[in-house]
Design a protein around this ligand. Sequence first.
Ligand SMILES: [Zn+2]
Ligand SMILES: [Zn+2]
Length: 340
Amino acid sequence: MEMFREGIISEPGKVVLRQREKRRPGAREALIRIKSSAVCGSDMHIFSGRHPYVSLPTTVGHEVAGIVEETGSEVTAVKVGDRVCVEPLITCGTCYYCRRGRYDYCENLKLKYRTGNSGYADYYYAEEQWIHRLPDEMSFDEGALMEPFACTVHAAMKAKIHLCDSVCVMGDGPIGLMLAQLSLACGATHVYVMGLQEDNLTLAKTFGCIPLVSGSEGIEEIMRRTEGRGVDVAFEAVGIPATFNQTMAVTKRGGRAIIFGIFEDEFKTKALVDAMVREIEVVGTSSYCWDFQRGIDLVSAGKVDLKSLITHRFPLAEVQKAMDLKKGAGRQPLKIILEP
Ligand SMILES: [Zn+2]
Ligand SMILES: [Zn+2]
């Protein structure tokens, strides 16, 4: 029988490639030969063994793009040879939310990698309903980045950015840099990106944003430039108390604060008083719902540059090296691509 490699986090800090049997796809499934697989920040929580909902050993990886190699007997949406990316969800289709089209709220939502499907692999099985075709001009790397990008498209739509708005993005990681570009695409004139990594801030500048070093001076600079009012929309894309407080501090009266970062720990904050007094709309955002196609359209129309967010590339065989690098101290890679 034919086998293929798939990544498993076996213990904290250790990722191994095990052999898995290649089977024929189910009736509504396609077998995808992975060409590009991206490392997600959430994978790192699993890698460190500190993910609240995932115990080890586990499969890992959910940002994939590749070529359809085989289809099940009932598949009609894709055909062999199609270049595709995959939405890595499993929904029930019958719960209250699924029946209303809000599959991201599914009461029985499962993630593919938590059901034994690793995205760090040679092959990936996906139900046809979750497969999206890539336009010819789009690379597999960009296809793999559709998953995190769809999250930011979802967030940007919730932010309801208008022409001439000012926006502040807390965080200069891949998500922050996607949100910043989307803000410009939505018509914002001034997009401030606050972060601590010089290279990332430089990249933000090339996108047309105003880079600022995180901290009180950066906040003061935004307040100065907005005549003390603050921005129309602020995104929190870090997930720590300090940036939460700064997000509230920098949002103008009646403005909107979008909470994207994942807060691992409980914390006390007085910043919600800001939200109350200044009538800031605090909006949560998570996952995506019908946002993959929007993401594909945005990238293929040239509205957002995802290629520049890829800073490292490893063969799948060196997955341990890739994750060690991402985990390591010092300059954080933006996106790492694994190639089978
Ligand atoms: Zn992800
Ligand atoms: Zn459901």
